[in-house]
Write a protein that binds this ligand. Structure first.
Ligand code: RTP
Ligand code: MG
Length: 138
């Protein structure tokens, strides 16, 4: 099977809380390879492309504002079944109910705001990964 690639983002809450190293350590400990990494201050245009599937939803505007609230770390990660594997490492969207042992379950907290500040993003399919890597690592 060909090695897969995925896009991981450490969102502004993860960078601001100093959790980038802990998140990278989990990715490396799992055996995935860091292929490329950079600190980005994403524009509204970049985020509108990235989150196109959520346009029109109630959390869309607050989500873009949150993602522009500070720097983001973008990482190209490679490994067998890494798309599914990183989603599993990250845990489910809501940090309150994400399983302990996952990034969101261990480090995520509910800030009582409109958008889930859940530390990380991971592509959810091979199609999303190709599209998102093209946006962040053009
Ligand atoms: P991601 O795309 O960031 O890896 O997360 P995901 O697949 O688990 O979640 P998704 O449904 O794609 O939503 C994208 C991001 O939008 C924020 N969100 N907030 N207020 C809410 O209930 C809500 N729903 C989604 C989260 O930051 C989520 O990760
Ligand atoms: Mg998603």
């Amino acid at each position: 099977m060909a090695t897969e690639e995925t896009l991981v983002l450490v969102k502004p809450d993860g960078v601001a809380r100093g959790l980038t190293g802990a998140i990278l350590a989990r990715i490396e400990a799992k055996g995935y390879a860091l292929v490329d990494i950079k600190l980005v201050e994403p524009s509204r245009e970049l985020l509108a492309q990235h989150y196109a599937e959520h346009e029109g939803k109630p959390f869309y505007e607050p989500l873009l504002e949150f993602m522009m609230s500070g720097p983001v770390v973008a990482i190209r990660v490679a490994g067998n079944r890494v798309i599914e594997g990183f989603r599993s490492l990250a845990g489910t969207t809501d940090p309150t109910t994400a399983a302990p042992g996952t990034i969101r379950g261990d480090f995520g907290r509910d800030w009582g705001v409109a958008v889930q500040q859940n530390l990380v993003h991971g592509s959810d399919s091979p199609e999303s990964a190709a599209r998102e890597l093209g946006i962040w690592f053009a």
